[in-house]
Write a protein that binds this ligand. Sequence first.
Ligand code: ATP
Ligand code: MG
Ligand code: FE
Length: 347
Amino acid sequence: ARVLAIESSCDETACAVVDGLRVRSSVVASQIEVHAPFGGVVPELASRHHLDSLAPVIRAAIEQAGLEPTKLGAQLDALAVTDSPGLVGALLVGVQAARGLALATGLPLFGVHHMEGHLFSAFIADDSTASEPEPFAPHLALLVSGGHTELVEVHGLGRYELLGATRDDAAGEAFDKVAKLLGLSYPGGPIIDRLAAEGDPSAVAFPRAMLRSKDFDFSFAGLKTAVAVHLEREGQPRSRAELADLCASFQAAVVDVLVAKTCAARRARGCERVHVVGGVAANAGLRARFDDAAAREGFRLVTAPLRYCGDNAAMIAAAAAAHVAEGRAPRVVVQSSVALDEARATP
Ligand code: ATP
Ligand code: MG
Ligand code: FE
């Protein structure tokens, strides 16, 4: 199905057009500079900036997909919008714009759970890719992003079983908070990732929380505290090399737990296919360690393409396209917080 989707759940304003799993256009306007001075996303500012960015972003996505703004009703099968979870004010801006488009075009509007979108980020392919994208299929997913760290067994479209989740901070949140402690800018994930590549991951022994717990839950708040305590005792790093060592040691602690627990869940569930998706899936250290684990244990690993790890609307459009193809009824319910396995439980 041909779908145009809008994503505005956090600090990225995005619009994309897909045909099934093929991405025809994907435009993302990031608000990083808006929120960086505050060291995190300011909800009120996010809403206001979505309001300003949305129209030009939608126009660009329509144009780049080669569509005619006045003929969308005939050129598309459906519209989609992220309706949960996220900052409620930010979600409402995207949903209201999508409703306007639906009114103008007569197209049905599908609400999509943001994390279901992240699941689809590992299946979509750009127009330039020669091979056909593989259809959505069962797998074990590690959803690892700014607000979530979850292990989900995907049995099929809309059939998501939550195996475990973080009990406190998400992994991306830990990266961002530790970056803040180190005086680095926001978002901290990509910065720590780059510095970690130069450092020694065994320089500082940080805790690996819940590594040996029998469940598939995570906890990262203690690790953040461990970094704070280390800085209180030793002071801020005095050289780039020391900073890199700290980043590498922190990152290794996060990566160790993510990889070990995902592999344990895979063995327990007998999954042959593992997907790593979400903003933190861009992490070079995490990708390398998952590559090693896949080679060692012989499972198939799929990491989302780098440009679709962070928030985008192509993944949202692709999820909606799959629901359209299955003949699901369109439905939009704005919710700031709802679990993936509880969203749209009723048809
Ligand atoms: P959610 O998807 O849970 O609602 P979100 O949409 O805000 O949260 P994403 O945009 O998916 O989150 O991911 C952003 C997060 O990913 C940030 O915490 C950021 O620091 C982190 N991140 C991005 N790149 C990297 C990287 N290379 N290494 C580690 N973390 C990264
Ligand atoms: Mg973001
Ligand atoms: Fe996200």
